[in-house]
Write a protein that binds this ligand. Structure first.
Ligand code: PLP
Length: 384
């Protein structure tokens, strides 16, 4: 007898063949595999693993995180609808909501991280959904998911949580009452900086509606990507536990250094949402943001001196990456909008990989040493 695969084969077929027209009609009626824009066996395998990780009834894979975000928003909102959106959402999500949705008569109401307490007051009668991220990008504030879910449901609105930064290993929004979870699989789920993809996960009925929209808009995940993503998710827990540990050690190290003005990490007692994070997350995450005392010149010098940590505007992979939000992910925002979001010109965002924590700390120490003089000058006089 032939052995069976222990990894899923990559089904490259764009279309599937049938013995008879009757078989084809049955397959169409039963939403079986017919055409790979509608559904594909390899893509399905990746959806099932994510669905289990998030504790959801069902899941759908997309060609990118933004395909997941935009397909969902276009599915769930129509002309005249209002919805509440966190002001600190991912940059491209922010731009889509600010610039494109109003063209179709869908008006967002923005809420800040510290304005979520009186959420019901902010919700008008036709408020259809509340859209949040926690931890936020890049300053890693934490939102009370359980409370927000209860408030949203009181008004008959859905709660959607972009869980990209936390991952299902550190946080399970559906278990706290969220109706839908969104992911950029390009980050932690893929985990190796070698794919672009996205997911939504939620109840069967919600997913069924979004599946029809995905079929029409066409932003479906490619089978090859689905395989890479499936393989990434097999080691998600191992990677995240290690990356969490690295982030914790680095946050403590940076917090002890005088060249660093401020460290944003939900696992530090000094973080404004430390207790909330301890309550709703099983790990504090693999992202550390920090502000240098030095200005732009120091920031550049610091980044250039790093050897192990790579300069790149993404996150979530095995390699530690560092980026400068003000000039990359949040460059599309005005300076005033950035200021509101707490993103100063000396803020850096680090995504910790799986390297040795000692070598990462050595790398950071080397960078700080290079800017010691700049930092001292910077802290003595406020004007550059
Ligand atoms: C990267 C990211 C997205 C967009 O995902 P892409 O795969 O780049 O399209 C959405 N939300 C968050 C929080 C992200 O980090």
């Amino acid at each position: 007898m032939r052995g069976k695969d222990i990894v899923p084969p990559i089904h490259r077929s764009a279309v599937f063949q049938f013995e008879s027209l009757r078989h084809l009609i049955d397959a169409v009626e039963q939403n079986d595999f017919v055409y790979s824009r509608w559904a594909n066996p390899t893509v399905r395998t990746s959806e099932e693993i994510l669905m289990n990780l998030e504790g959801a009834e069902d899941a759908l894979a997309f060609s990118s995180g933004m395909a997941a975000v935009t397909t969902f928003l276009l599915y769930s909102l129509k002309k005249g609808d209002r919805f509440l959106v966190l002001r600190d959402v991912y940059g491209a999500t922010f731009e889509f909501v600010r610039d494109l949705l109003p063209k179709w008569g869908i008006e967002p109401s923005w809420v800040g991280v510290d304005e979520t307490e009186k959420l019901t007051d902010r919700m008008t009668h036709n408020c259809k959904l509340v859209y949040i991220e926690s931890p936020t990008n890049p300053i890693l504030r934490i939102l009370p998911v359980k409370e927000i879910a209860a408030e949203a449901h009181r008004r008959g609105a859905l709660l959607v949580v972009d869980n990209t930064f936390a991952t299902p290993i550190n946080q399970l929004p559906i278990s706290m009452g969220a109706d839908l979870v969104i992911h950029s699989a390009s980050k932690f789920l893929g985990g190796h900086n070698d794919l672009i993809g996205g997911f939504v996960a939620g109840s069967r009925s919600l997913i069924e509606g979004i599946a029809r929209m995905r079929k029409l808009l066409g932003g479906v995940m490619d089978p090859h990507t689905a395989f890479l993503c499936w393989r990434g998710m097999k080691t998600l827990k191992l990677r995240i536990l290690e990356q969490n540990r690295n982030a914790e050690k680095i946050a403590e190290y940076l917090n002890s250094r005088s060249e660093v003005k401020k460290v944003c990490y939900p696992g530090l007692r000094s973080h404004p949402d430390f207790l909330l994070a301890a309550n709703q997350m099983s790990g504090y995450g693999c992202m550390v943001s920090f502000e240098l005392r030095a200005g732009m010149r120091g920031v550049q010098k610091f980044m250039e001196s790093l050897r192990t940590i790579k300069i790149a505007p993404s996150l979530g992979g095995c390699d530690s990456l560092i980026t400068h939000p003000a000039s990359t992910s949040h460059a599309g925002l005005s300076k005033a909008e950035r200021k509101l979001a707490g993103i100063g010109d000396s803020l850096l965002r680090l995504s910790t990989g799986v390297e040795d924590s000692e070598s990462l700390i050595r790398d950071l120490a080397g960078g700080l040493k290079c800017i010691q003089n700049i930092s001292k000058r910077g802290s003595r006089s406020k004007t550059p």
